[in-house]
Design a protein around this ligand. Sequence first.
Ligand code: ADP
Length: 531
Amino acid sequence: MGFSGIRLYCRPMPPQGSNLRLYRRLLLFVGAIYLLWWLAVRFILPSAFNPLGSRLAVVLAIWCVGLASFVSEAARRHLTSLFVAGLWLLTAHYFYLSYGNGFDHNWVVGAFITVSAISLAIFSRGALFAYSAFTLSLSIAAVVALPALRDSVFLPGVFTVLLQANIGMQSRLRVLKSLEESTQRFRLLFDSTFEGILIHEHGRVVQANDAAVRLLGFQNDELVGRQVLDLVPVDEHALLGDAPDQSAPVQVQVVKRDASPIDLEVRGKPLGDGSQQARLLNLRDVSEEKRQAAALKRSNEALERSNIELQRFAFVASHDLQTPLRSIGSFIGLLQSTYGESLDAVANDWLGRSQQSAKQLQTVIHDLLEYSQLETNARPFSPVPMAEVLQHTKTLLDAVITESKAELTYGELPMVEGDRSQLVQLMLNLLGNAIKYRGTEPPRVHVSAEPEGLGWRFAVKDNGIGIAPKHQQQIFEIFKRLHAAKEYSGTGIGLAVCRRVVTRHGGRIWVESEPGHGSTFSFTLEKEPYP
Ligand code: ADP
């Protein structure tokens, strides 16, 4: 699976690796065949001119080139030229034998076979061309030396064989050139991916891209040939990618060459039609992701802990404050009823104000308690008909509606997925505010709903005093009030409760308003999933 193999044909360069092995095998093979021919001639044409000495010298020369490539760097560097020189020598020797045998028809046929076989073993255009010129020169010399050959097929035959070899080489080169181009494009793609890729056969790495080299910290040639399991210790299934397309990703910690750890996500994939044992491993560095996820988890846990502590504190504080406050209220009441008549007007006014403040404080504590218990009292979601929620809210607000002569209308309201009691609380706060923050006219409030995205958008529209744009964000913060308690009673907690309820339901809440022209509070809720 090397990329260098086809370079052999396109650009003559010192053979390396598998090419070197190919040349050595060819030299051995060519020498052996030529020697076998001696034996064949000896049996088939016993009376032919067939001296063993010169043939042995040629074969030994060819084999020596192969042997020299093992010991000499220079021989290795010039192996291509030495190889071709060996083929020239063999051809020349064959012509010498043919001449000795008067180029009878057996030797002519042998010449065609020899020349075409040798042509197939030459891999560069220039070398083949030079070999053709050499062979043709030998052939012409033979025709000159043996004029009888002029009347045979010998010369046109050799010419045809050489022509065919040269034309064949042209088309082979074209195919190989386009193959080399697409291989280069593939290599570029292979190396430019951010994911590491290891290709392995029978568990041994045969190719690695640049990203894999970077991820694992090894040089490319250090990766090739290694057991893939030594590099990426994942279970067999993930490694082999037996699934038709690719295996599920597995996360594994790998030790790089410099002994530093790295977290990788590994996916295995069979290569091609899966009949070969070649597999591909995709490697993605997830160390940073893992670090960030762990940090996020830690800060979420810390946040959750501090939230729980805060809620616990708010609950305990408001709960414990309620009892003494109730006593203060009742003692002030007792003071007023028992000694009210004997006190002067100023003292009575002070008692009245104290009573008022105690009541206000009680309301704040009640609302705070409600706010702090939102999570703890939360119930699982279920399908809730919003029309029923509104009806229930209306009943709870009955007294206020009658007293303020409010007109409360609503259109068709859908089912939603939520916590019923929290949705009642939400509507109670919004409708209560719509009536409380009324202008001079009797309040008119309309509730509507329309689909939005995957859920619903609800709107509570009133004809009240309205809210200036600069306050429209702040009013959802806890304790944020725009009016003094004397003007409009309240604690500044109602809308904060609304926001928490809507957020818990996966929605958002906002207001659109113009001072003096009423307000529209909108919020979104998810659709009931199984209508
Ligand atoms: P509270 O009503 O107890 O003061 P809220 O959190 O319910 O607290 O409301 C915060 C502020 O938002 C109120 O003080 C009021 O100024 C303003 N507000 C809320 N609803 C309306 C409304 N429908 N019209 C005008 N102003 C409103």
